[in-house]
Design a protein around this ligand. Sequence first.
Ligand SMILES: [Zn+2]
Length: 54
Amino acid sequence: MPTYEYECRKCNKKFTVVQSITAHGTTKVACPKCKSAQVQQRISLFTTKTTRKS
Ligand SMILES: [Zn+2]
């Protein structure tokens, strides 16, 4: 299942939600910290992993 990154507009808490594609868009996402529904999805097309193995 795909994961979606969200950011709370109230407390700026960043969290990840695992949702199916059908559930995404229909399910209300609430902040796990302050329970606010004032969350916005973060569009992260690129996951930058800076792991240096040298
Ligand atoms: Zn919050």
